[in-house]
Design a protein around this ligand. Structure first.
Ligand SMILES: [Zn+2]
Length: 353
C-alpha cells in the first residue's frame, strides 16, 4: 500500500516538460561519444556530480550540452523514443512538450528533416504505447529575433501536421523582455497555435504581467513568483490563468529553500489554477509520480487533492474539449479503482455524495 504506487498507476498528463531536458543520462553519454562531443563528465556518476545545480547559468550550460549531442535526425528520433517510453513508464498519457528547434537551426542542422523525423517517431510511438506527445516549439528570449522567425515557421508547419499545439517562450526572462516577440505570438495565434510563456521563475510579478499582455500567454510556465504581488495572484485566480508548476525544478534552481516554503500551497489556497510538471526530469532527477507525492509530504495533501491537480492538468491542456472530458473521466474512474488497491480505502472526491 502506498500513495506513490497509487500516483504511478494513475493516468496523468504533463504540460511543462522539455524534450532536451528529458534526455536520459545514458543517451547523453552515448551520443556524446558517437559525435565526439567533449562533456565535463564521461560516466553516469560524473554526470550526477555535474548535474548538482549551482545557478541558472550552470543549468543553461548543461541544457545546451544536451542539445549539442543531437546532430542527426536519428538522434532526435532516439530522444523522442526514449521520452515516449519514459512517459509510459510514469503513466503519463498525454504530454505537451517544449522543444527548442532554434538551437539546432543556429548550428546549421536541417530543421525540415528534423521535423519529418520527429513526426514519424511520434506517430510510431503513439501506435505502440498509450503516450501521446504534442510539441510546443519555443522561442528563446535571449537568442533573440534571429531564431524566432524559423521557430515560428517550424511551429506552424508542425501544427499543420497535427504535431504542435502551441508556441512557447523561454530563456532569461530577468534580462530579456517578452514584448519583442508579440508579433510572433500574434502570427502563431492566427495559425491556430496556442501561446504559453515561461515567466515568474527567475523574475518577479512584472515578468508575468508582461506575458499576459502582448504575447497573450494562455498558460504561464512556472509563474510561482506571482506570490510576491497579492493583486497579481488575485488577477490570475480571477482570470483562471493556469500556472504550470514544477516544484523540484524550482528547488534545484534556488527559488525556495525547501518544498514547505515553496509558494505552491499559498497559490492553491488563493484560488489559482495549478497543474504539476517536472520541467527537465532527467536533469533534476525526478518524475511526475514523485513530484506529486512530494506535495503530499510537504503540504499534507490527500489522494483526492492530488487527483484534482491531475484533472486540472487535463483541463488546462490543449486537447480538444471532448478528449479532455473523456480523459478526466478516465482519471477519476481509475482513481476509484486504484484507491482500494494502493491506499486500502475508497476514493472520496470533494463534492461526491
Ligand atoms: Zn521550463
Amino acid at each position: 500500500m502506498s500513495l506513490l504506487g497509487f500516483l504511478a498507476a494513475l493516468p496523468k498528463v504533463e504540460l511543462h516538460v522539455h524534450l532536451e531536458g528529458a534526455m536520459p543520462p545514458a543517451t547523453l553519454l552515448d551520443l556524446a561519444r558517437r559525435h565526439r562531443v567533449r562533456l565535463p563528465a564521461d560516466t553516469l556518476e560524473g554526470l550526477r556530480d555535474w548535474f548538482r545545480f549551482r545557478d541558472f547559468d550552470h543549468f543553461v550550460e548543461i541544457y545546451l550540452a544536451c542539445s549539442s549531442v543531437l546532430r542527426e535526425p536519428e538522434d532526435f528520433q532516439r530522444l523522442v523514443r526514449d521520452f515516449a517510453a519514459e512517459q509510459e513508464r510514469q503513466g503519463i498519457r498525454y504530454s505537451e512538450v517544449h522543444f527548442t528547434i532554434g538551437t539546432h537551426w543556429l548550428t546549421g542542422l536541417p530543421i525540415d528533416e528534423i521535423l519529418d523525423a520527429i513526426g514519424e517517431t511520434i506517430r510510431e510511438e503513439e501506435r505502440r504505447r498509450p503516450a501521446r506527445i504534442r510539441l510546443i516549439p519555443d522561442i528563446v528570449r535571449d537568442v533573440g529575433a534571429k531564431t524566432a522567425d524559423p521557430t515560428l515557421d517550424w511551429a506552424i508547419e508542425a501544427k499543420k501536421r497535427g504535431l504542435a499545439v502551441a508556441l512557447g517562450l523561454t530563456g532569461r526572462e530577468a534580462i530579456c523582455p517578452s514584448e519583442p516577440f508579440a508579433d510572433h505570438f500574434a502570427a502563431a495565434a492566427e495559425a491556430g497555435l496556442h501561446c504559453v510563456a515561461h515567466a515568474g521563475e527567475h523574475a518577479g510579478p512584472a515578468s508575468i504581467e508582461s506575458v499576459l499582455g502582448p504575447s497573450r500567454a494562455e498558460r504561464i510556465g512556472h509563474g510561482v513568483r506571482a506570490v510576491e504581488d497579492e493583486a497579481l495572484v488575485a488577477r490570475l485566480a480571477r482570470q483562471r490563468t493556469p500556472l504550470e508548476v514544477c516544484p523540484t525544478s524550482n528547488l534545484s534552481l534556488g527559488l525556495a529553500p525547501d518544498l514547505a516554503r515553496h509558494p505552491f500551497d499559498r497559490l492553491r489556497r488563493a484560488g489559482c489554477e495549478l497543474s504539476v510538471s517536472t520541467d527537465d526530469p532527467a536533469l533534476f532527477g525526478v518524475d511526475l509520480p514523485r513530484e506529486l507525492a512530494n506535495l503530499a509530504d510537504a503540504f499534507g495533501y490527500d489522494a483526492e487533492t492530488l487527483v484534482e491537480l491531475v484533472v486540472a492538468g487535463v483541463r488546462h491542456s490543449f486537447l480538444p474539449e471532448e478528449e479532455k472530458r473523456a480523459l478526466a473521466a478516465e482519471v477519476e474512474a481509475e482513481a476509484r479503482r486504484l484507491a482500494p488497491l494502493h491506499l486500502g480505502r475508497g476514493f472520496a472526491p470533494a463534492g461526491a455524495a
